[in-house]
Design a protein around this ligand. Structure first.
Ligand code: 9RB
Ligand code: ZN
Length: 372
């Protein structure tokens, strides 16, 4: 089996400025800091770890290329695209749209490379160059809606790649599984009325965006019942996530019968993430990846593309990511150097009643998902 892997040096040069979350504001007591939560080093360190442990020699490196304006406009308005181009040319760059998602000069070029990286990996998997793949792109994409970026996302990379698969490669049915800890609101909105793209989001309940991601959001128009949300409570852990995958995600994929599975793959559900409380370990990410590898083999000749989203633990994102990439490539994952810290933390494996309850509610929606 051949696994594709994609990184571009410029992903590691994406400049998120001197704020930690919102722009620094000394008057309000928000001191400037070198490391915005979404600092590119979280992901650059993952890329370096992949090389250092030898995993980089076992995957096929797929070159990134920028998405074109027309490719981005399959998802976004010209106004959004062109505003990013204009702000990106300013000496200090601009913001993706919500005032907390800064990018530096040239941020457009990096964001276009992120969307294009997702396209390049979908191309490589669909044309048989590789069996599956991991696009370690930056910045993230899943919050970006048609008209604007938000939540550190400029363009919706996975949506741009899915549209490319549909419109250029002729892929009929696509499933997007989003396990980033935040709700995949942008991807949900973009494909809301599209029956050819099933969107599933596992996320921390009422987190970001706070007012979305409920099980009642199920798509509309021709896309009715092709959106599924699983809002998980804080503390869910490996046990609860694997229950959600086994009782909701896998049955939903079997019901839908996709030709290609995309994963919006954030490592911010991790137990060491400073922006979440869902407590997934590297082993948990590996187990979720294995289940997706297996279901892709069962349903769509193994065609699985993982696209990087968020992840804010400067320590742990690299280990979680390297674990997922190893599983994708059929290799033995590295030992988790943080295991002594995380193995006995509360909530890792046990499933609590309130975690099982939301999985049951979501699983009862699966029979409504349209099949072929
Ligand atoms: C809110 C603020 C955020 C925004 C984005 C993220 C992470 C995104 C991600 C986390 C917290 C501020 C709601 C500031 O990783 N996506 O995958 N919080 N944003 N002020 N307010 C009211
Ligand atoms: Zn996230």
């Amino acid at each position: 089996m051949t696994t594709g892997y994609l990184w571009h040096t410029l992903y590691g040069w994406n400049d998120t400025g001197s704020g930690s979350l919102a722009p620094a504001d000394p008057v309000a007591g928000l001191q400037p800091v070198s490391y915005h939560f979404a600092h590119a080093d979280n992901k650059r360190r993952m890329h370096e770890l992949v090389q250092v442990i030898g995993l980089g020699d076992k995957v096929r490196h797929i070159p990134a290329r920028p998405a074109t304006r027309d490719e981005i406009l399959r998802v976004h308005t010209a106004e959004h695209h062109d505003r990013i181009v204009e702000e990106s040319a300013l000496p200090k760059g601009g913001d993706a749209g919500d005032g907390i998602s800064p990018f530096g000069k040239g941020g457009y070029e990096i964001a276009a490379l992120a969307a294009g990286g997702a396209i390049a990996m979908v191309d490589a998997v669909c044309n048989g160059t590789v069996d599956n793949g991991f696009a370690l792109v930056n910045p993230c994409g899943h919050h970006a809606v048609r008209e604007t970026g938000m939540g550190f996302c400029v363009f919706n990379n996975i949506a741009v790649a899915a549209k490319h698969a549909r419109e250029v490669l002729g892929v009929d049915r696509i499933a997007i599984v989003d396990w980033d800890v935040h709700h995949g609101n942008g991807t949900q909105a973009i494909f809301w009325e599209d029956p050819n793209v099933l969107t599933i989001s596992l996320h921390q309940d009422r987190f970001f965006p706070t007012d979305q991601g409920f099980t009642t959001e199920r798509g509309g128009g021709a896309g009715i019942n092709t959106n599924l949300n699983v809002p998980l409570p804080p503390g869910t852990g490996d046990g609860g996530y694997l229950l959600a995958v086994d009782s909701v995600v896998l049955p939903a994929l079997r019901a839908y019968q996709p030709d290609l599975i995309l994963v919006a793959c954030g490592f911010d559900p991790s137990i060491l993430d400073p922006l979440s409380h869902t407590m997934v370990s590297a082993e948990g990410f590996g187990a979720m990846t294995q289940r997706l590898v297996d279901i892709a083999a069962e349903l769509c000749s193994g065609k699985l593309v993982m696209v990087q989203e968020g992840g804010y633990s400067i320590h742990y994102v690299a280990v979680c990511g390297a674990t997922s990439i190893a599983v994708l490539a059929g290799e033995q994952p590295m030992a988790d150097p943080f295991l002594p810290l995380v193995e006995n933390m509360y909530g890792r494996r046990e499933v609590e009643d309130h975690q099982a309850r939301i999985c049951k509610i979501a699983s009862e929606l699966v029979p409504d998902i349209p099949g072929r």
